[in-house]
Design a protein around this ligand. Structure first.
Ligand SMILES: O=C(O)CCC(=O)C(=O)O
Ligand SMILES: [Fe+2]
Length: 322
């Protein structure tokens, strides 16, 4: 019997934000809770968020089928390597390396285009419709969160929504992505040089993450240099902010450092893990200036959302852009 894993969740240290019955008065309370969580720790778990677990599970089932396809079929869906910001498509294990070195043991499918020509509809009839419906749900929740985040910063309710018009509707104008992830079981940990997902902060406004099991997700809380295991609350969505929001708020809501390690516990390691991340980005031309939120900043040069993300992506994945 392996010792029970100590996690932030098992220590009751996780801010849990309940979105049930979020009408106006309650949204204000949610905004205050989220402000506290994002400014002090950098993350929270959302419950009663309205996205069906069954729908998420069905998407993972489709993705399992995709991962089982022959490599040459998967390769036809591979994310383009062109240096023009195209992010849509399949990313095979080892292709991305956050530290530019250590191969990462995961299959990912970045969904930025919703048409059936861009998805494995031929192999999995119904996939496109399912993903379209799921992205509608994530976008609806995303818009609600954007309103709550505006409230949490004392801005007009529409401040962020107005700047996120094209989420998952046209990736020429907005980099919002739904990313499906599958981490295969790990039998052999003799090499120290393996990781499920290397340490990084996301680039977007905020991320919503769903996971099907405890499988190694760790965070560095604000002001701490220590990695801590999050734990798994079935059905909850993990929320954290990315670098774009950090710039927008002059670091009031910082970009949370996180990673997924290969779990030291055998039973966890020997199980595959699924996750799904919704990266909510502003429209690409949006200028990210904290002064618009009445937050002082010493930044003299103001970048747009696209340039912020591409500079970070090229820094992290330079090996894929060369
Ligand atoms: O799979 C996870 O839990 C995290 C994935 C992640 O952080 C990412 O893709 O940016
Ligand atoms: Fe991430």
């Amino acid at each position: 019997m392996e010792a029970e894993l100590k996690t932030l969740l098992s220590r009751n240290a996780v801010p849990i934000v309940d979105l049930e019955n979020c009408v106006d008065g309650v949204a204000d309370a949610v905004a205050q809770k989220l402000r506290k969580a994002l400014s002090e720790q950098g993350y929270a778990l959302l419950i009663n968020h309205g996205i069906s677990n069954k729908k998420i599970k069905t998407a993972w089932d489709y993705f399992d089928g995709f991962v089982d396809l022959p490599d040459e079929v998967k390769a036809t869906y591979e994310r383009t390597k062109a240096p023009d910001g195209e992010n849509h498509g399949y990313v095979s294990p080892g292709m991305e390396r956050f530290d530019g070195r250590t191969p990462e043991l995961r299959h990912a499918y970045n969904i930025c285009k919703l048409g059936r020509d861009f998805l494995p509809e031929k192999q999995f009839p119904g996939f496109t419709e399912h993903i379209n419906s799921l992205t509608d749900d994530f976008n609806a929740l995303g818009r609600f969160i954007l309103q709550v985040l505006a409230l949490s910063l004392g801005a007009p309710e529409s401040f962020f929504i107005d700047k996120h018009s094209y989420m998952l509707s046209d990736d020429r104008f907005n980099l919002t992505t739904l990313r499906m992830l599958y981490y295969p079981p790990v039998e052999d940990i003799s090499s120290k040089d393996i990781v499920r997902c290397g340490a990084h902060a996301d680039y977007c406004t905020f991320t919503l993450l769903s996971q099907d099991s405890e499988g190694g997700l760790e965070v560095k809380l604000r002001g701490s240099d220590q990695w801590e295991r999050v734990g798994h609350l079935p059905g909850a969505l993990f929320i954290n902010c990315g670098e774009t929001m950090a710039s927008w708020t002059n670091q009031l809501y910082h970009a949370l450092q996180h990673r997924v390690v290969v779990p030291e516990q055998k039973d966890t390691r020997h199980r595959g893990r699924h996750s799904m991340a919704y990266f909510c980005h502003p429209d690409s031309s949006t200028l990210i200036d904290s002064r618009d939120l009445h937050i002082d900043s010493k930044n003299e040069v103001i970048y747009n959302a696209y340039d912020i993300t591409m500079a970070l992506a090229k820094g992290a994945y330079g090996h894929n852009y060369s």
